[in-house]
Write a protein of this length. Structure first.
Length: 86
């Protein structure tokens, strides 16, 4: 099953990238996902379910440890495999 995760970390800082955003970016870079799009107000990544779910766990842990006060995320099942097991 393929998944897409979209998430943001807060608080925002328009002057410099916050530590929690850098931590989340490092997790995504190391996760071995198929596609990663990191932006100033949101991040998107896609891949096979085990890789995406592992990355979500690591993003939550690392971003919160680095000072995030809120992480908002959405996970979507992609393609024809919707409803298949993880």
């Amino acid at each position: 099953m393929r998944l897409r995760v979209e998430f943001t970390t807060e608080p925002f800082d328009l002057d410099e990238v916050p530590e929690h955003a850098l931590a989340a970016r490092e997790v995504l870079d190391a996760a071995g996902l198929d596609t990663v799009d990191v932006g100033p107000f949101g991040n998107t990544a896609e891949g096979e379910a085990p890789a995406v779910l592992g990355a979500v766990d690591a993003v939550l842990r690392e971003a919160l440890q680095a000072g995030a006060t809120r992480v908002s995320l959405q996970v979507n099942v992609l393609g024809e495999n919707a409803g298949e097991g993880v």
